[in-house]
Ligand binder design. Structure first.
Ligand SMILES: Cc1ncc(COP(=O)(O)O)c(C=O)c1O
Length: 462
């Protein structure tokens, strides 16, 4: 058991906080790492140790860890109107500004343009709301039996009961009695790990679309309401889709008249090199959820964009019922919308898309050099998002025994080298702040290489 001084932040933490995604018993023994301050792409713990954060926190700190300009906007907004809601027809100007801006920059939607915006505080709530609207939509058009939501194995859409049900994360369902009935999961497009010997990316994509179609036919198309997916899978390990995957998947979704929710919570606002992952992969969704980089992670805000087909159905149904009976106290909170609006202005002023277009290829090229490393089987990415697959045998693609926890070992060595990464099993995902520079990318690659070398040394010694 680590000694923690009484009254230290660590001791007070373990006495008071239950942490998300944490081994609770081990945490009580070891205590937390206290992150005290941040600057640019770096954060510092209470010993002054510096970490270069290639995870952008949780894929969200697009502008790094401190901003005088966003702080001032939040301060001014709190002085003028620190809270109001959007219930029962009230509004405020920053919310309207942000909704207009989002509709202006939104990608093409199925059947035309995105039509309206709903605000929430988190990605989970945005996806939860999207799922409710799927049900509401089908009730409105006279197909209330069309309720099943199809996600993908390893997909991640949040931690609320419905959004985690749509997610394909068995570890996050266990002992919560989830997923709810009516939430199904099709195959996920991990090309490197799951393709058969000799199967091309295109053939693999055809197989993925056929698996989706089989699932719909097995369940009954008249019961299948929507498909939800991330353009690039983040919490699945930074998985970019194989060639032709999205064209083929979208054809199946449309064939069975299902709605398509693109979860852009990670991909939105430049992560994949375009403003939206939907533009990078030519998706035409009915709804888009976004959060994280929307406010550079500095305020809890998410947005759900819906196309006109969905909005018109909502209009009819709420007319019939006398009210649109849904909402959150903090939806469209003026401080969150003001900070998000300023974040989008900063992106434009700094030409954030131009910056990602310049440094993204540098990240991809630099990480590709890791393919020479004995532990690395695949390096694959787009924009400022990448996944590195660790393997025991590069020829057979055999994995290490999961009990070895190689991803966690590499993560620990990375931290010892001043680097924060995000590992999913034996896959290391890279998603640095969007402001990262080429020298910082070089530094990150040097540090992850040292961590991999140390892990490889351990393996040879055992
Ligand atoms: C793709 C995706 N959707 C939804 C969420 C949930 O967002 P939040 O944690 O803000 O609820 C996440 C979180 O990482 C995510 O990666």
């Amino acid at each position: 058991m680590t000694y923690l001084a009484p009254n230290s932040v660590q001791a007070r933490d373990i006495a008071s906080i239950v942490h998300p995604q944490t081994h609770l018993a081990r945490h009580l023994e070891q205590g937390p790492v206290v992150i005290q301050r941040g600057r640019g792409c770096y954060v510092y713990d209470d010993n002054g140790t510096e970490y270069l954060d290639t995870a952008a926190g949780l894929w969200c700190a697009s502008l790094g860890y401190a901003s005088e300009r966003l702080a001032r906007v939040a301060y001014e907004q709190m002085r003028m109107l620190g809270y109001y809601h959007l219930y029962r027809g009230t509004t405020n100007e920053t919310g309207v500004d942000l909704a207009e801006k989002l509709l202006q920059i939104a990608p093409e939607a199925h059947g035309g343009r995105m039509s309206k915006v709903l605000f929430q505080c988190s990605g989970s709530e945005a996806n939860d709301t999207a799922i409710k609207l799927v049900w509401y939509y089908h009730a409105a058009i006279g197909k209330p039996e069309k309720r099943k939501i199809i996600g993908r194995k390893m997909g991640y859409h949040g931690s609320t009961s419905a959004s985690i049900s749509a997610s394909g994360k068995a570890d996050m369902h266990a002992d919560f009695g989830l997923p709810f009935p009516g939430f199904l999961h099709t195959e996920y497009p991990h090309w490197y790990r799951l393709h058969a010997e000799g199967e091309s990316e295109e053939q693999f994509a055809t197989r993925m679309a056929a698996a989706l179609e089989d699932l719909i036919l097995r369940e009954g198309p008249e019961t299948c309401a929507a498909f939800i997916a991330e353009p690039v899978m983040g919490a699945g390990g930074g998985l970019t889709p194989p060639r032709t995957y999205w064209d083929k998947m979208q054809a199946v979704i449309r064939k069975y008249d299902m709605l398509f929710i693109a979860d852009e919570v990670i991909c939105g606002f430049g992560r994949t090199g375009n403003m939206w992952g939907s533009q990078t992969y030519d998706l035409k969704p009915d709804m888009i959820t976004c959060a994280k980089a929307l406010s550079a992670g500095m305020q809890p805000i998410s947005a759900l964009l819906i196309n006109d087909r969905v909005f018109q159905a909502m209009l009819d149904e709420s007319n019939k019922l006398g009210n649109f009976a849904h909402g959150f106290t903090y939806a469209g909170h003026p401080v969150t919308t003001a900070v998000a609006m300023e974040t989008l202005r900063i992106y434009e002023e700094m030409d954030m898309l131009g910056h990602v277009a310049q440094v993204g290829p540098h990240l991809q090229r630099s990480l590709a050099c890791l393919l020479d490393h004995p532990l690395v089987g695949e390096v694959r990415g787009v924009g400022l998002m990448n996944g590195i697959e660790l393997v025991a045998d590069k020829v057979t693609r055999a994995q290490f025994d999961p009990a070895r926890g190689l991803g966690a070992v590499v993560d620990r060595y990375a931290r010892e080298n001043g680097l924060i990464t995000r590992f999913v099993g034996d896959r290391i995902a890279f998603s640095p702040p969007l402001i990262i520079t080429e020298p910082e990318i070089d530094e990150a690659v040097a540090r992850i290489t040292r961590a991999l070398d140390t892990a490889w040394r351990d393996i040879r010694l055992t």
